[in-house]
Write a protein that binds this ligand. Structure first.
Ligand code: HPA
Length: 279
């Protein structure tokens, strides 16, 4: 199904501006499962329910709050998106385009993607933070399939620097300065909603991935299409299927992500203080 996202984006931009005034957000962060506490960093915050934003996903799906929170961190006007749409949600996945394009249309230059992910490296277990250096798209499709909406970006998108090298080096310096261990990985985007099998995890490993999750790859592609510069961090919630005796579940993901969120918050705040000098 191909949906023209432009009218939704226009209306969502108006709805956000009606609440936040003329100030332009510079960066948007998508908070992955269990990572919503990042929004607590925002000063003078204004919350808007996704229910009030045309084309945004309905609130309350899978433990997501379904809220856009605007505020300042280290002087940088920032939006935290609490809740995204996944490819496995099926026909609703066009809403992810509306969310990300709305961020661009509001004035954002940067998108900070976070997620909960499984790890294929035994030494990188639950609670560890991993910066995404590249990805492999195993989501069963590409979010840009269908007529191109020229207004937002070109038909063919270059993904060479889709995980922005300059932003990665800034985050690396934040990790060094705070002493928070930050691993690096090629992330495999897996469609889900079923977790992978042990054989699939072996396949992904052979293909060059070290982490796996069910989001973030489409977000990245949509963002690059409309010119956002993107950074991504996974909070590891489990060793991937077959690598540990623990059974995988959404509950495990949420509980472990919440533990890793504290470190992510420290890194994110530091990152914004450095970004404030750039913007
Ligand atoms: N696989 C896919 N998605 C995930 C995982 C995993 O092991 N952990 C958290 N999200």
């Amino acid at each position: 199904m191909s949906i023209d996202t432009s009218p939704y984006v226009e209306q969502a931009v108006k709805a956000v501006q009606a609440k936040i005034g003329n100030v332009k957000p510079k960066l948007a962060l998508v908070a992955g499962s269990g990572l919503g506490s990042v929004a607590n960093l925002l000063i003078n915050s204004v919350s808007i329910s996704y229910a009030d934003l045309p084309g945004f996903p309905a609130p309350g799906v899978h433990g997501h709050k379904g809220q856009l929170v605007f505020g300042e961190i280290s002087g940088v006007p920032t939006i935290v998106l609490m809740g995204r749409i996944h490819v496995y949600e099926g026909e609703e996945s066009w809403r992810l385009k509306v969310m990300i394009r709305t961020m661009r249309a509001l004035g954002c230059d940067f998108l900070f993607l976070t997620n909960a992910a499984g790890s294929m490296r035994l030494e990188v277990g639950a609670g560890e933070l991993v910066m995404i250096t590249d990805h492999i798209n195993f989501m069963g499709g590409n979010p840009l399939v269908g007529p191109n909406e020229d207004k937002f970006g070109p038909r063919f998108v270059d993904l060479e620097d889709c995980w922005d090298p300059e932003l990665r080096s800034i985050l690396r310096s934040c990790a060094d300065e705070t002493g928070i261990p930050l691993h690096e990985a090629v992330f495999a985007g897996w469609m889900g909603p079923a977790f992978e099998t042990p054989a699939e995890i072996r396949m992904l490993t052979l293909m060059g991935a070290q982490t796996v999750g069910m989001s973030t790859v489409p977000d990245n592609i949509i963002a690059r299409h409309c010119g956002l510069r993107v950074l991504g961090v996974s909070v590891i919630t489990n060793l991937a299927c077959g690598l540990s005796p623990k059974k995988l579940s959404h509950e495990l993901t949420m509980a472990e992500a919440e533990k890793g969120a504290a470190k992510l918050i420290v890194l994110f705040e530091k990152f914004l203080s450095k970004l404030a000098v750039l913007v």
